[in-house]
Design a protein around this ligand. Structure first.
Ligand code: PHE
Length: 447
């Protein structure tokens, strides 16, 4: 059934999957969502969802991937022969990847702009109003964001065409722990700023009265987005996992790494934002204004700022290559197009959407639907609906279409590990996860 090359070491697959998971979702999107959804209330719901739905779904994708040894479209076809409809779930992932990339590359463009500003020491000595103005004007610009996005899309496509994805993952094994180290130093600095305690309280102290349907659905979307689940990307990764790897502990490690980075981002950003007088609802500015202001206050701020934004760009790249890989794999494996062509066409498609997304952020734009800019719409539709619906259908597939024995064999590595956990995990995947996701989505739809 499986004749693919497997990841060399257990650390290799964890690094690759964590590379996809850790990115702008943790450092940019997580604080935005936590800030807009009540801080502590969001955080507690988020943690519960990662554990109760994120982890089982990640295990599900790994199981489907390793069992079939294929990309998502092929995987659903081969594990449920005769049920053609399921392959469409694979297509959903391909479409979702495109849409996510369009706004992801926009944000990554701002990160590249921040790298440039760090190199030229732009932030040095600037007050809050000036840094804020600089960021707001960037969004109003036409060419500057587009050029930065072009650089990012090009880098992503270049890595994929050259086939050096594994190479970059090798470096990120060293670089991501450095990012973690910098975040810890930043956290210590942020916590010692005057007024930081308020920010800590906002982020970590749950006010249960603030938990409502919107908070829960946003936490669900954020968890799926941050863990890269619900669109089949980890099915592809699963197809590379060695037969004797413990899927549960691998998924658990990835979830832990991803969650630690998100928590640290919150611990850095909220105390600093409160201290500088930036509101938690400030959205994009939480990362792109608060952080430069924090670097400004630190000894060696120039280097911290530069390192940080370079590492963030690399973290974003390891996520964007996993996103672009989805359509490329589909075009090459299912439609027989060469890898180079598939990547070039996909990248051009993404870039065009990305231009529209970034122009839609202009204040005088007509690229709005209701109160949503095209940028926000892409973010909202993908994370809140497409990924959660994709996740729901994936657990339903495993629980109700795949043979239970196949799941047990794959989950326990042919009865060698996790024997006691298998029934509970199957129960969660078959009943609890689908029910919980359905209830959350339905309450939101009704609203
Ligand atoms: N998880 C990535 C991040 O947090 C983004 C991503 C979403 C990657 C979906 C792949 C699939 O930045």
């Amino acid at each position: 059934m499986k004749n693919k090359e497997s990841f060399g070491s257990k650390f290799g697959i964890i690094a690759a999957a964590a590379g996809s998971a850790i990115g702008l979702g943790n450092i940019y999107r997580f604080p935005c969502e936590a800030g807009a959804n009540g801080g502590g209330a969001f955080f507690i719901v988020y943690l519960a969802i990662v554990l109760l739905m994120g982890l089982p779904l990640m295990v599900t994708e790994f199981v489907i991937g390793r069992r079939s040894g294929k990309n998502p479209v092929g995987a659903f076809k081969s594990l449920a022969p005769g049920h053609k409809g399921w392959a469409r779930l694979g297509y959903l992932g391909v479409i979702c990847s495109f849409l996510i990339l369009a706004f992801y590359c926009t944000v990554a463009g701002w990160t590249i702009d921040a790298v440039w500003k760090a190199i030229t020491n732009y932030y040095h000595g600037k007050d809050l109003a000036t840094v804020q103005f600089g960021f707001d004007s960037l969004k109003e610009e036409t060419w500057q964001p587009i050029i930065c996005e072009a650089v990012f899309v090009f880098l992503t496509a270049f890595i994929i065409i050259k086939g050096v994805t594994k190479g970059i993952e090798k470096y990120s094994k060293i670089l991501m722990p450095i990012l973690l180290g910098i975040l810890i130093i930043l956290g210590i600095k942020a916590l010692t700023l005057p007024g930081a305690a308020e920010g800590v309280k906002f982020f970590l102290k749950p006010d249960f009265s603030k938990i409502n349907g919107t908070v829960v659905v946003n936490a669900l979307g954020q968890a799926f987005f941050s863990l890269s689940i619900g669109m089949g990307i980890l099915i592809t990764y699963g197809s590379y996992i060695a037969k004797n790897d413990n899927l549960t502990s691998t998924a658990f490690s990835v979830c832990i790494c991803d969650t630690i980075i998100a928590i640290l981002a919150g611990i850095v950003i909220f105390p600093a934002a409160f201290s500088f007088g930036i509101t938690p609802e400030a959205g994009d500015s939480l990362a792109f204004v608060t952080l430069p202001m924090l670097f400004n206050q630190m000894a060696g701020g120039y280097f911290f700022c530069l390192f940080f934004f370079v590492l963030l760009t690399i973290a974003a790249l390891t996520s964007s290559i996993s996103l672009l890989e989805a359509p490329v794999l589909y075009f090459t494996e299912e439609l027989g197009i060469s890898r180079k062509k598939a990547t070039t066409y996909s990248a051009i498609g993404v870039f065009v959407l990305c231009i529209v997304a970034s122009l839609s952020l202009h204040s005088d734009t007509c690229l709005k639907i209701g109160s949503f800019s095209f940028f926000n719409l892409l973010d909202y539709i993908t994370a809140t609906f497409l990924m959660t619906i994709g996740g729901l259908l994936t657990v339903i597939f495993l629980g109700w279409k795949m043979k239970k024995e196949d799941f047990y064999d794959e989950f326990t590595n042919d009865n060698t590990v996790n024997m006691r956990l298998r029934k509970a995990m199957y129960f969660i995947i078959k009943y609890i996860s689908p029910l919980a996701i359905t209830v959350i989505l339905i309450t939101q739809f009704i609203k």
